[in-house]
Write a protein that binds this ligand. Structure first.
Ligand code: ZN
Length: 320
C-alpha cells in the first residue's frame, strides 16, 4: 500500500515537472518567433512585392518554369568568372593548339582548322534550335562522309540531355554556338535576363566542349543596344534563309540553297526536323560536288576577314 502511494506521488511529480518544462519551451519559442517577426518586419513587404513583380513579368516567368532563372548573386558570380576568363583568353588567342597540329583558336576560343584552301569557295552551314538526337546525327553522318564541318547554334536547355550528340559534332570539328538558353527573343528581356541567357548557355556548352566563349545567334535574329552591351562574342546571322521550318519540304530547302549559293554564304537551317536533316544530306552532297568547302562560321570569318569581331553582326562573310 505504502509503495503504491510513493509511485503515485512520484508520477504526479514527474508529470508536473515535464509539463513545466514543456510550457517554458513553448514560451521561449513564441518569444523567438515574435523577435524574428519584429526583426524581419521591415523587409517583409519589399520581398512580397518583389515576388509579385516577378510573376507579372512573362519573360521571367518563362525562365522560372525551366528552373534556370539565376539569382542576382549567381549572375554577379558569373560576370566575375567571365572577367577572369577574358584575361586568360588573350593569351589563348595567340596560342597554336599543338595537340591536333591543325588548329588555332579565334580570339573568343573557337577552333580554326588549317585544312582549308583560301583560294577556293567556302560556305558555312548553320543549324539552329537543336540538338536533336535523331536529326542532328543524320546531319553529322553526312558531314562525316564528306569531311565537312558545320555550326550548330544550340538551345541551352537541350544541351545536357544531348551531350553525346554535341560531343560527336565537336569531335568532327563542328562549331557549337549559342541560340540562348530558352530560345527567347532577347530584345524582350532586361539586361540582367539577357546576361543570364547568354552566360547559362555558355556554361552548359563549356561543360561539354570545354570552349569558353561561343558565337551567338539570337533567336529571330533580334538584336538591340542592350543585347550588344551584354554579348562577349561575335553575332552570326545568315545570308541564305532556307525557311525549312516553314515549308518542311526537303526539296524546296535543297533548291533554296543550291540555286542561290555563292562564296561566303552563311546558310540557315534547323536540325530539329526530319525534313531538314534529309535536305542537309542532299545539300552537303551537292555543295561538295560543286567544289564548296563547308567550314564553320568562325573559320569562314577567319579565312575571309582574318577573324570575326565581338559585338559585330555578320550575314554573308565575304571579305569584299
Ligand atoms: Zn531558332
Amino acid at each position: 500500500m505504502k509503495r503504491k502511494k510513493i509511485v503515485l506521488w512520484f508520477s504526479m511529480y514527474m508529470a508536473i515537472t515535464l509539463s513545466l518544462i514543456a510550457t517554458v519551451t513553448l514560451i521561449d519559442k513564441a518569444d523567438d518567433n515574435r523577435q524574428m517577426a519584429q526583426a524581419g518586419g521591415a523587409a517583409e513587404h519589399p520581398a512580397v512585392s518583389e515576388t509579385l513583380m516577378e510573376k507579372e513579368d512573362p519573360a521571367k516567368e518563362k525562365l522560372d518554369k525551366t528552373g534556370h532563372n539565376e539569382e542576382n548573386t549567381q549572375v554577379d558570380a558569373d560576370i566575375r568568372e567571365q572577367k577572369k576568363e577574358e584575361e586568360t583568353l588573350d593569351v589563348e588567342a595567340e596560342t597554336v593548339i599543338a595537340s591536333d597540329g591543325v588548329s588555332i583558336r579565334a580570339n573568343y576560343g573557337a577552333r580554326i582548322y588549317a585544312d582549308v584552301d583560301k583560294s577556293k569557295p567556302m560556305v558555312a552551314l548553320t543549324f539552329d534550335d537543336g540538338p536533336n538526337e535523331k536529326s542532328t546525327n543524320v546531319i553529322l553522318d553526312a558531314l562525316e562522309k564528306y569531311q565537312a564541318r558545320a555550326t550548330f547554334f544550340v538551345v541551352g536547355y537541350k544541351v545536357e540531355d544531348n551531350s553525346d550528340t554535341i560531343k560527336r559534332a565537336y569531335r568532327l570539328g563542328c562549331e557549337i554556338g549559342s541560340h540562348t538558353y530558352n530560345h527567347i527573343e532577347l530584345t524582350t528581356l532586361s539586361r540582367k535576363q539577357i546576361k543570364a541567357q547568354i552566360r547559362n548557355t555558355e556554361k552548359v556548352i563549356r561543360a561539354v566542349t570545354g570552349q569558353k566563349r561561343v558565337l551567338l545567334r539570337p533567336p529571330y535574329g533580334s538584336v538591340d543596344e542592350n543585347v550588344l552591351k551584354e554579348i562577349t562574342s561575335p553575332i552570326v546571322l545568315w545570308s541564305i534563309d532556307t525557311e525549312d521550318w516553314k515549308t518542311r519540304d526537303s526539296k524546296k530547302t535543297v533548291d533554296s540553297v543550291i540555286n542561290n549559293v555563292k562564296d561566303g554564304d552563311v546558310i540557315l537551317l534547323h536540325d530539329s526536323y526530319d525534313e531538314s536533316a534529309e535536305a542537309a544530306e542532299e545539300i552537303i552532297r551537292k555543295l561538295s560536288e560543286k567544289g564548296y568547302q563547308m567550314v564553320t562560321a568562325s573559320e569562314l570569318g577567319y579565312y575571309k576577314l582574318g577573324g570575326l569581331a565581338t559585338g559585330v553582326k555578320y550575314g554573308a562573310i565575304t571579305g569584299d
